[in-house]
Design a protein around this ligand. Sequence first.
Ligand SMILES: NC(=O)c1ccc[n+]([C@@H]2O[C@H](COP(=O)([O-])OP(=O)(O)OC[C@H]3O[C@@H](n4cnc5c(N)ncnc54)[C@H](OP(=O)(O)O)[C@@H]3O)[C@@H](O)[C@H]2O)c1
Length: 340
Amino acid sequence: MNKPLENIDPNLVPKRKLYTGAEIPAVGLGTFGSDRFSGEEIAAAVFEAAQIGYRHFDCAAVYANEKEIGTSFQKIIASGIAREGFWVTSKLWNDAHAEEDVISTCKQTLADLQLDYLDLYLIHWPFPNHHAPGVDVDARDPHALPYIHENYMKTWRQMEKLVEMDLVKHIGTSNMSIPKLDLLLRDAKIKPSVNEMELHPHFQQAELFQYCLDHDILPVGFSPIGSPTRPERDTMPGDTVDIEDPVILKIAKRLNVHPAVVCVKWAAQRGQVPIPFSIRPAEFHSNLLGVIENPITESEMQELSKIDKGSRLIKGQVFLWEGADSWEDLWDANGEIASL
Ligand SMILES: NC(=O)c1ccc[n+]([C@@H]2O[C@H](COP(=O)([O-])OP(=O)(O)OC[C@H]3O[C@@H](n4cnc5c(N)ncnc54)[C@H](OP(=O)(O)O)[C@@H]3O)[C@@H](O)[C@H]2O)c1
């Protein structure tokens, strides 16, 4: 029989400071179960994770499980963990960027999550579009639009209003690029506290990562393990697998942990906040423990810094607008924002 998992004192989990002075736990639990797990299963993991010591949960309306997770938050509070004692992020989906939709959509998330406020609300993607969940990567919304700064700022103003209304403590971005952030920083009244971005050893985004640090924006790293079980439709030839990398395997062997845990350690030690997903207690327990004990050595960190393969896994193809060339248009790699 497996040994029961020992609870971890949440006070031992490091915290990162945001420019506002608020502190966010250095690791969170992802809640995007893709099409593999039900909302109930993910909500059960959220409750269980809080019992073993997690105090940070990364949610989103589009994950279609906020109602179930809301029930778990109520149970967490009833178990004696005060609302102020845990961090909740949620995200505004691409179909709700219109000025008149932002506040009501956030209120719906609050109702679903059964909370009075969010610690952090993000614009999930900087592209407005509608598409059904789980559609093929080749599906296109004929009304999808590229990034249009003027429109993004209209959405951002509503995000700022949510802070003024005290429904949201912090606001932030996700899936942004440096040219887009340059514009937002120029025009925002309330600057983003966080940029959530894909970050794992094979996709280190060194330039954007450093840009965030230089501008006091905390990088939150999604798919920190390289999303090894993402749906087939999100895989492309040429994608690499972090947890099969020889450097990661070597470190995992030395520490006697799963390679996934090495990815989580690397993330936390580098300075981003990883939000690994798992509904399996042994996995999410080892991920939390990973940021507390047995750090990776300096020379291993050096080795890991050299295994970046520029392997973006979450490419965002379904968000392309008509006339766009390829998913690369979403990421402004040549320093220019793609337009219609
Ligand atoms: N802002 C955005 O646009 C965005 C995009 C993508 C993701 N996210 C967020 O980031 C979170 C994490 O990303 P992700 O779900 O794509 O991928 P991930 O965290 O990189 O990988 C998750 C998978 O890794 C496996 N795993 C986790 N811990 C493990 C361990 N200790 N040992 C062995 N295997 C382990 C699990 O596989 P099994 O399930 O098979 O056990 C799990 O499904 C999401 O849930 C979501 O909250 C945000």
